[in-house]
Design a protein around this ligand. Sequence first.
Ligand code: NAD
Length: 773
Amino acid sequence: MTQEIKKVAVIGAGVMGAAIAAHVANAGVPVLLLDIVPKGANDRNALASGAIEKMLKTKPAPFMHARNAALVTPGNTEDDLGKLADVDWICEAIVENPDIKRDLYRRLEATRKKGSVVSSNTSTIPLHSLMEGLPEGFQRDFAITHFFNPPRYMRLLEIVGGAKTRPDAVSALHDFGDRVLGKEVVIAKDTPGFIGNRIGIYWSYIALSEAFKHGLTVEETDALVGRPMGIPKTGIFGLVDLTGIDLAPHVNESMLKLLPKSDPFVQAYDANGPLVKTIAKLIAEGYTGRKGKGGFYRAKGREALDLRTGAYRPVVRAELDSVKAARKGLRALVEHPDKGGVYSWSLLSKMLSYSADLVPEIADDIIAVDSAMKTGYAWKWGPFEQIDMMGTGWFADKLKASGMKVPRMVEIAAGRPFYKEEDGKALYLTAGGKYAEVPVAEDAWTLADKKRGKQPIASNKGASLWDVGDGVACLEFHTKMNAVDGDIIAMVKEAANLHKKGWKALVIGNDADNFSVGANIGLALFQANMAMWPVIENGVSEGQAAYMALKYSPFPVVAAPAGMALGGGCEICLHADAIQAHAESYMGLVEVGVGLLPGWGGCKELITRAISNKRRPGGPMPAVAQVFEAISTAKVSTSAAEARDLLILRPGDSISMNRKRVLADAKRKALELAKDYQPPKPVEISLPGASARAALKMAVEGFVLQGKASAHDQVVSMAVARVVTGGDKDITDVVTEKDLLALERECLMSLIRTNSTLDRIEHMLTTGKPLRN
Ligand code: NAD
């Protein structure tokens, strides 16, 4: 049995320690956060307490829900080391200095629970050097757990065990990191910078310094090292501004000290080069990046640094043919003859060769390296995937033609791909030169893993149904941004009938970043411009009928959202028997942003839930007001935990911390529900009608007077009010789901006939932002 971690302590309440503690709390685990006692402080816990306070105001939020802060207990390392006696895992995140870290470890040894696991969050210092002179017993319990900043959002957790570390200490951290904290755990070897930073620091140095060498501008470089290379759109100069320019000299120096002279990073590093000098000058002048006065960009990105003169000038959009060529792939990019193509080959040939020479030195296999770069640096493709995109043989030939050495793993590949599919299996090339199957766990998989080598049960342009095993089917959306359209609705109807073909349960989920951004409003706008009112109304009815069919189908349906589940995407979740949400689910009914209201049963589900909530005192008005506010202000949860407050998740719904476990957890939940499944009973409620609407109207008029709501906001809000108060019924009448759906249709149709709503839709489609008309 894996050693269980139930209580955690984090030491060091700085940037990383505080945010790691917050994330432990996000997982519902109590955590002690300790830092030093500041000189002359009245409050001896000031550093830890202050860090918790600050995190409650930080954006993006380290806490998934403000109440999680209560799980973090502040303390200090002078008074509270005794409290470590009942802690299972102590995570050290203090300054990057081996002497200070070792000194702390010696103090921990005296008070920690026997057999508790201790780890360091060091970014660069090898474990063996941290363990010098420490007792054997401590060494057995010690590992490295390297989180990436910010820990809630960056999925990578590198774990390193030393020669003396107990294997079960590593597996305890692995299990906790994966299941409880939801991280992508990658086992790295005890080498400087582990995997992510070893490659990332080299990559960053080469990407920046070669920009000077090739005479590129900051904007041109970022246009190349962005989408074309599968890197977030900040590119590289933008990324350094974001992480802090002052951090660069520290990480570089730390790596230079630790790496052998022969390492390509040490070889390439030019302490007197223009990059190092520019960075030193920027830091000296307070240009430490976005947290300072600016960096390579300033004035909210309107100005950029001229790399030749060192002066700021207005940003100029990069116009490079190589960037356009990159649409055809990486090969087209690095083969392009302009300076952007030459730069890209220079950067990629070096970074990819460096990476391909580091297996098995830094990790056992190529999967670990690719996974680390994708989840720690948010690259779209790992280094080995990038080489595959060019072709290993082609890459080797181009290296030779450039007078460069062919790296170890590329030589081993000998023209074969690093990854391939065969007989429905995903394979990767091992360091020994043979192919092995990419491991897929029973309880952690993606839909792609289940689809490999199979045909769907049914499929159309917008959605497909897949067999995910044990009699469970999965409904996958695959339109652009998973916007719900007629194809998806048709497949929902088909899915609701799968029980007739012997399926036990249905899961609704996909592998995309966003579950669904809502209904396809482009189509609605087109139809409205052509005054195709009956067609639009029919689309609303069809969606309502399909979602109701799911709700009342005689087998369980579990929705598995992750990322955005908005509007019509949220409404389908509301009609499932249960939700198994990824912790990072952003859910809400946002239709008012485009001048509409939820018309596929969203208003109906929220108001019936709120009214049926027996724990709420004070009659129906508080329930009506809550739902009215959520819908008329287009509230979106910033996590699955917050979606509970919005009544989108119900008490029986669950949250998976790990993205890779969401579908497996949803399937397990669906099978559990299938055991003695009964479809829900039709809901009947009573609603307060016109009198409640009068109160809501006054509130809205107040907002208009204060300038907080626009004229059309008022129109849309009153349409929402009409639905959630029950239309022309009053408190003595019975309101059925059918009544509520009819009201949604009526009010939605009245809104879509207004020019202001059409202006809102058009504005959203062209700018991606809501229009406040
Ligand atoms: P930081 O400077 O923001 O915070 C360090 C904290 O440790 C401070 O609050 C300080 O008061 C406290 N501290 C110092 N000595 C202490 C001691 N003896 N006992 C208790 N507390 C002590 O640093 P950070 O950026 O949070 O980095 C912490 C660790 O995480 C370092 O090892 C760093 O390499 C690593 N790391 C940092 C990042 C990052 O992006 N900042 C990312 C990954 C890993």
